[in-house]
Ligand binder design. Structure first.
Ligand code: ATP
Ligand code: MG
Length: 382
């Protein structure tokens, strides 16, 4: 676990000493006498909270925090300001440059509470960011896996066809040689040439067979190689919470999200990032589906439950739904109805992750009017 700094910026030496004395025991404190020093420190250390005085020579606190927001967006930003500067502080909040301001002189208990809050915010967004990065990695690995598997799948039929014809060519060659031999010992040059050609054809066919066997082994290898060895128990609700943070903005735009966790199951046979990947794909698909609705009338409902053996997540929406004829196809790699926008890999990857864990991913019409995707994963016995 990281241990980020609280960076306090003030040109007044006495203020920095007081801050250190008050907060040094509870937090990992660093101080800087100017905005420039603060930016240098930010560039080299992990800072969770940046707290700055407003009035400083050179650069004001708001200006510093504005730069910090651009260059280190994950850092939580607080401003300390005198009454006379209140207006610029409020303006900075409204423009999203800072999270809060504290009035001078600050109250130590209030200050510490704010610092704890800000630090928690930083840690949460840091966690989301790390998860996001991992999801991108997983997506990449899975896309490759899916592509490889579909190629392998496509190769299986032609390979079988080649093999069959190989056998045939080989037995024809053998039979021709036998016929030639049986015809007695006429010794023309043409006959010798024919015999030689047939013998060479036979050994060429042997080489082809070796090649085909290699290809068959590769195809088979691809189909089993991407199983994961790092599976462990996963807290479904925790993953859901983090996943939803990623789509929160979009949800607010589209309509409303109904979250109905009736249970808090743990699942096994998979990893956090894989489960996150599935939930994210389902949530994004649902959001994209309700975009067809009038502004603000979209509903995405996510229910979490379990029975004796399975954890069950249902993601339903009131979008246009999946046409009956498409229901089997939507899980195929590269099947998409979002021309130019979708890769058609989301559901293929998700289904594969579910099945690797020993679970299932299915679709049916939703009571809300759109589609309902049901993810079942084996319950962890805890
Ligand atoms: N909630 C839903 N409602 C209606 N149709 C859906 C829904 N979810 C998926 N589909 C259909 O299934 C298709 C395949 O979905 P999938 O997630 O695999 O790919 P995509 O969303 O088109 O592209 P990508 O996920 O790569 O951005 C979609 O194009 C869409 O037609
Ligand atoms: Mg999708």
């Amino acid at each position: 676990m990281s241990n980020p700094y609280i960076l306090f910026v003030d040109d007044d030496d006495a203020n920095r000493l007081v801050f250190e004395a008050v907060c040094g025991d509870e937090f990992r404190v660093a101080t800087a006498p100017s905005a420039q020093d603060a930016l240098d420190f930010l560039a080299q250390h992990e800072v969770g909270v940046l707290i700055s005085d407003q009035r400083m020579p050179g650069m004001t606190g708001v200006e510093l925090l504005e730069i910090a927001r651009r260059e280190h967006p994950q850092v939580a930003r607080l401003l300390i300001t005198a009454f006379s500067d209140l207006e610029s502080a409020i303006d900075a909040i409204n423009r999203g440059h800072i999270r809060r301001y504290l009035r001078k002189p600050w109250d130590p208990d209030l200050l510490k509470r704010e610092l704890h809050d800000a630090l928690e915010l930083y840690e949460l967004s840091d966690k989301v960011q790390r998860l996001e990065r991992r999801l991108v990695d997983t997506e990449r690995v899975y896309s490759l896996g899916i592509i490889a598997a579909s190629i392998a799948h496509e190769l299986r039929n032609p390979l079988a066809f080649i093999k069959e014809n190989l056998e045939r060519a080989r037995s024809l060659t053998a039979r021709s040689l036998e016929t030639l031999a049986a015809e007695g010992d006429g010794d023309g040059a043409g006959r010798r040439a024919l015999q030689k050609a047939l013998t060479q054809t036979g050994s060429a066919l042997d080489d082809i067979e070796a090649g085909v066997q290699r290809m068959a082994a590769v195809v088979q290898g691809v189909e089993v190689s991407s199983r994961s060895a790092d599976a462990n128990d996963v807290d479904l609700r925790d993953v859901l919470r983090l996943t939803l943070r990623m789509v929160q903005g979009q949800i607010r735009y589209a309509g409303r999200l109904e979250l109905a966790p009736r249970a808090s199951p743990w699942v096994r046979g998979t990893t956090r990032d894989k489960v996150g990947q599935v939930l994210l794909n389902l949530a994004v698909n649902a959001l994209q589906a309700v975009e067809a609705n009038p502004y603000g009338e979209g509903i995405v409902r996510i229910e979490v439950d379990h029975d004796e053996d399975w954890a069950i997540v249902e993601v339903s929406d009131n979008g246009p739904g999946v046409a009956a004829g498409d229901r089997a196809k939507i899980f195929d790699p590269f099947f998409t109805r979002k021309q130019g926008e979708g890769t058609g890999l989301g559901l293929a990857i998700s289904k594969r992750i579910a099945e690797e864990a020993g679970g299932t991913l299915t679709v049916e019409p939703s009571p809300l009017g759109g589609a309902m995707f049901r993810l079942r994963l084996p319950l962890a016995k805890r």
